[in-house]
Write a protein that binds this ligand. Sequence first.
Ligand code: GRF
Length: 204
Amino acid sequence: MIKVAVLISGRGSNLEALIKDQNKYQITHVITNKAEAKGLKIAQRNGINNTYINWSDRRSAEKTLINLFKEIKVELIVLAGFMRILSPTTVKSIPRTINIHPSLLPKYPGLNTHQKVIAHKDITHGATVHVVDDQLDSGLILGQISFSVDLNMSAEQLAAELILKEHKLLTTVVGLIANNQLSWEANNLYNSKKQKTKPVYIDD
Ligand code: GRF
């Protein structure tokens, strides 16, 4: 079973979904840059090692993070609502790292994705799990989930609907990675037979 670390900054509902889904993978560590993150309580309740790193000095915070990963030897890092950008050097020095983002990338990297969907009158919205590289929300796409938008929906309603889809997407993708059914090298995705494959798409 692969060991997974999850980095969070807030509520931790994606973390909770991963914890509930554990059987092919094990969440062994939760790391946060926010001492008051609700997700930290979820980790504690579930008896998972948890670490708060003060991020006021980014350089020293990332050094601490790199050293921690040398110690704990996880095989996958999941950024789930982690609101700090990791420097390219850090990304290269830590185990493979993926992120969940609340939009159908490459549409709407960055913040306020639900508001952008409304402003553009998009008829679909969704979430993306991608490999973390040295740019914001830009790495190789591993999977996406989408759903139809009702044009009367508020940003809050969109967020509430999307978060449930995020849980489904993230647990699916992490499960596939843990099972060796999805892997990547440079910009290519591979299936269990090491044949090139496409990202996972869930139409919900
Ligand atoms: C999610 O919408 C995720 O896509 C974004 O931040 C939010 C985190 O939610 N990056 P939670 O902390 O997992 O509940």
